[in-house]
Design a protein around this ligand. Structure first.
Ligand code: BES
Ligand code: ZN
Length: 385
């Protein structure tokens, strides 16, 4: 109905007395969903994969703006120019207009089907044991800073022998615990970045905070994905970054600072996946739960397809109701972020943030985490291709 009214108002304005026309350039992907309304002989002056230039009256331009608002639930997305020549001139890089549609196709099945079979439960369990043996990984504690060192050394070790991989600390402004970032430089479009992360800190009111599930288990799965990328000599076209975030438990301090710095530097992050709590299988009929709030719907749907293709376990959606982990920091900066979680929100591990968040209390092995490592591996390989 809305579409019909828009089409009607446009055709009325076409018949009205001629007014000074404008040359409007629109992102082609935005326009494609409105094509029926605006595709008229003579209106489109130029179209390519990135932009379409149309000659519109002032009223038609308003109609276009309204259509983008109402139909796509977003603002702007087009630029009005005085002349056709100006509209056709390529614009300099602009953070929001430049981003091409993201390719969510599944096409790496031949390499991924064998890669996912090699995810090792023992390796993930080893990382969980190593990290949860600190008395705490609290962001202000000495052990909290040593945790970052342990992750840095482990990731440095795993990426040995690859000149296209570097490992860095991200030093934070207001606290000592650094985040750790592995960068696998993309071979073709290194400025496009796919991010897989989890937080390395822990918290507990008593001071003893093993955080086996929350979130040694996420770092364990992330580390296993890195190991497999290196072991398979996999060289992605886009850049992949693995991030162990500091200070999540005290308000996403680490990830907020990182996501803001990426936004400020206009870095082109095409997708972010968060692993936080992968150890405890709390919902009997769902193995992987995608958190639907503070995340990107299109990317979540892509993850659902990846689970069906590569993990083959039952999955579903749930909501946190608030920005419950580091994905929310990226989401807040406008980047597509997702969060794959161990259970429905209400069924999560009851021991988190206590001294009882141990491997033993979550079943004693990391079999549940294996599914998340498989999904995360598929995510980075398919999205960074
Ligand atoms: N791993 C939790 C988030 C979580 C808990 C998700 C239970 C789903 C179910 C995370 O480490 C955490 O504790 N987050 C805080 C919020 C954050 C902004 C400090 C929380 O949930 O209270
Ligand atoms: Zn927590």
């Amino acid at each position: 109905m809305k579409i019909f009214l828009l089409a009607l108002s446009l055709s009325l304005s076409v018949q009205a007395a001629p007014e000074a026309s404008r040359f409007v350039s629109v992102n082609t992907s935005i326009l494609s969903s409105l094509r029926g309304i605006f595709q008229r002989p003579g209106k489109i002056k130029h179209a390519d994969a990135e932009k379409t230039v149309m000659e519109l009256s002032a009223r038609e331009t308003e109609t276009l703006s309204g259509a983008i608002h109402q139909n796509l639930n977003r603002c702007g997305g087009f630029i009005s120019h005085d002349t056709l020549a100006e509209a056709l001139t390529p614009r300099r890089f602009s953070f929001f207009n430049r981003r091409a549609p993201i390719d969510y196709s599944i096409s790496k099945t031949s390499v991924l089907r064998s890669m996912v079979t090699q995810v090792s439960e023992v390796n993930i369990r080893r990382t969980i044991i190593d990290l949860s043996s600190f008395e705490t990984r609290f962001y202000k504690s000495d052990d909290g800073a040593r945790t970052s060192e342990l992750v840095f050394n482990k990731w440095k070790d795993l990426s040995r022998g690859r000149s296209d991989i570097r490992v860095d600390y991200f030093v934070h402004q207001n606290f000592n615990q650094p985040s750790v970032i592995v960068t696998v430089r993309g071979s073709e479009t290194p400025n496009e970045i796919v991010i897989l992360g989890g937080h390395l800190d822990s918290i507990s009111s008593t001071g003893e905070a093993p955080g086996a599930d929350d979130n040694a288990s996420g770092i364990g799965a992330v580390s296993e994905v890195l190991r497999l990328i290196v072991n398979h000599s996999h060289r992605p076209k886009k850049t992949i970054q693995f991030i162990a975030y500091a200070a999540e438990e005290v308000g996403l301090l680490g990830s907020n600072e990182i996501a803001k710095s990426y936004k400020k530097a206009r870095r082109n992050v095409v997708g972010v996946l968060q692993l936080d709590m992968t150890l405890f299988k709390g919902t009997s009929n769902k193995d992987i739960v995608l958190i639907s709030d503070y995340t990107n719907r299109a990317q979540n749907e892509f993850l659902g397809k990846l689970i069906d293709e590569y993990v083959k376990v039952p999955w579903g959606y749930s909501r946190c109701g608030y920005g419950c982990s580091d994905h929310a920091a990226w989401d807040a900066q406008g980047y597509p972020a997702s969060f794959s979680f161990e259970s429905a929100f209400d069924d999560h591990n009851p021991h988190i943030h206590t001294p009882q968040d141990t491997l033993e209390n979550a079943g004693g092995d990391a079999r549940h985490s294996v599914k998340f490592a498989k999904l995360a591996l598929a995510f980075v390989v398919e999205l960074a291709k």
